[in-house]
Design a protein around this ligand. Sequence first.
Ligand SMILES: Nc1ncnc2c1ncn2[C@@H]1O[C@H](COP(=O)(O)OP(=O)(O)OP(=O)(O)O)[C@@H](O)[C@H]1O
Length: 300
Amino acid sequence: MKKAMIIVNPSSGKEQAMELLPEAERVLQTFHDEVLVCETKKEGDAAAFAKNACEQHYDTVLSMGGDGTVNEAVNGLAEQEHRPHFGIIPLGTVNDFARALQIPLDSEEAIRILPYEKFRKADIGKINHQYFMNVLAVGAIAEASYNVSTDQKTKLGPLAYFVEGMKALANKTPFSLKISHDEGTWEGNAYLLVAAMTNSVGGFEKLAPQAEVDDGRLHVYIIKNISLPGTLKLFPKLFKGELQEHSDVTYIQSSSLDVSSSETMAVNIDGDEGEPLPFTASVLSRHISVFVPPNEEEKV
Ligand SMILES: Nc1ncnc2c1ncn2[C@@H]1O[C@H](COP(=O)(O)OP(=O)(O)OP(=O)(O)O)[C@@H](O)[C@H]1O
């Protein structure tokens, strides 16, 4: 018997999830015998539902929500013995993981691709005892994302994060950083550290253009200077996908990282505030199997 679980967050993005739910249910019923709907009420629910789906040997888990819901569901699936196929209906503001996997951002279209049952394996990041799919960030600009209000997100979309990030540049202070990676150690002062698993970070699909969802690597950018003239030159590079070519940026690829600072610095994990430094991060290679459009299926 084939079973699917829908994890739906009614509060995500523009709150369309409950309107789309009947269609998602109907489509999953065309290729499953049983479809269970689990509605989240609070933080932690999506992770608990997803973990339960693994234990109950579900074939499919579908996340209907934003990146926060995807992150929680992935935390429930990661390192479980049986991991159902994972579907994403992107209903958040940014939807980085969907962007990276070429899942249609139009949610009705994203539902229509499910019955093709085409999958791509994706890496999952592990930071200390937690999991992430998109990005780790440290620095004032990263912390600025917590100031983005729901209202700003609804009005501006991903640009809301950019606007808050720019404001944070005004009270910039560098912090000391020590990073052990596959090929050695980097030590110095930085304004921002970004470790990306996928090309799309904060809705900028060209931030880490060479990052593939299944390359087994973290793509690390250390921004060492944000004096005004240099920073102005960062933006064209950011938009062209050439950030690592800027002289004030150090770029490292690594399958694992140990990061510490002599200061107390918060770590932003997939857009949410996590525990402060230090951290150890690694990649669980090709760990989950995600529904993708038929033309994006694994080329094996
Ligand atoms: N019924 C609910 N009402 C309010 N908040 C909820 C509910 N269910 C879950 N949540 C919270 O919503 C968070 C996830 O939101 P999600 O990221 O899916 O949407 P979003 O914030 O609109 O998207 P984005 O992160 O792209 O802006 C969860 O971490 C959880 O704390």
